[in-house]
Write a protein of this length. Sequence first.
Length: 299
Amino acid sequence: MMGFWKYSILVFLGGCSYGVVSTFVKLAYKEGFIVSEVTGSQYFCGAVMLWMVAAFVPKRRLSVKQWGILLISGTPMGFTGIFYNQSLGYINASLAIILLLQFIWINLSLRYVFDKIIPSRKNVIAVGIILLGSFLASGILKNGITFSWIGILWGLSAALSFASFIYVSGRSNILVHPIYKSAIMTSGATLVVFASMPPLFLFNGALTKGLINYGIFTGLFGSVIPPILFNIGMPKVRSLGNILSASELPMAVLMSTLVLRETVTYLQWIGVLFILAGIVYPNLEKKRVSSVYSIQDKS
């Protein structure tokens, strides 16, 4: 049972890592960099860093088919960045992040459609708690919303892509080192981003004007740490993985307070507590079961 908690913590930290990215993205936008530059540099720097680390881990020869599967498995990660950034062009961040959090129930739906796994009652309750918390924590009650059907479509597309990435991370059965696997998957994501947003930043001097710094930070927290932690933890926690990943929003709120010095209302902090409660709730039964077995072993 201790192994389950270890993997749960890894997935939780992977979600937290994603929550750090939005802060650096906002800082990059304040510096005048555009969406294609920020998104492209994130995935490019992430892929480079992963391959640098992957050079020192054990590797096994993969077939062309296995390479193709892993590259394709990484494309939802790239689509998530593209769709989410597109949504921000039509709707404000408060609504965009609520739409992105819909990945939680979408992931449960994917498991039901493809694996015929019916969500447990505690998971459904947890999803409801988290979505209520996301509504409060996003600050939408303070900032209001900018309504746009196109923006909503982009936001829901980002949620679907992220749910697909989590689903794939929990099902990949290709036995290869998590870092090596993450490097290939992130390369697939990078190719998708470059196909949608030509990497002009590699040639127009943006990197030497400060973009490289944001690329490294967003790449580390958005394209390096999460794939590695998800590839390690998701296969072990399965249905709880998408719930644990909701830690992204609480971390985003915390970072906006500490780094951006943004004002966070009491309602937003209450929303954060709701999200954390929703994450903890499905694991309570695991803890109780673990305690029962522990008592039985001692007796």
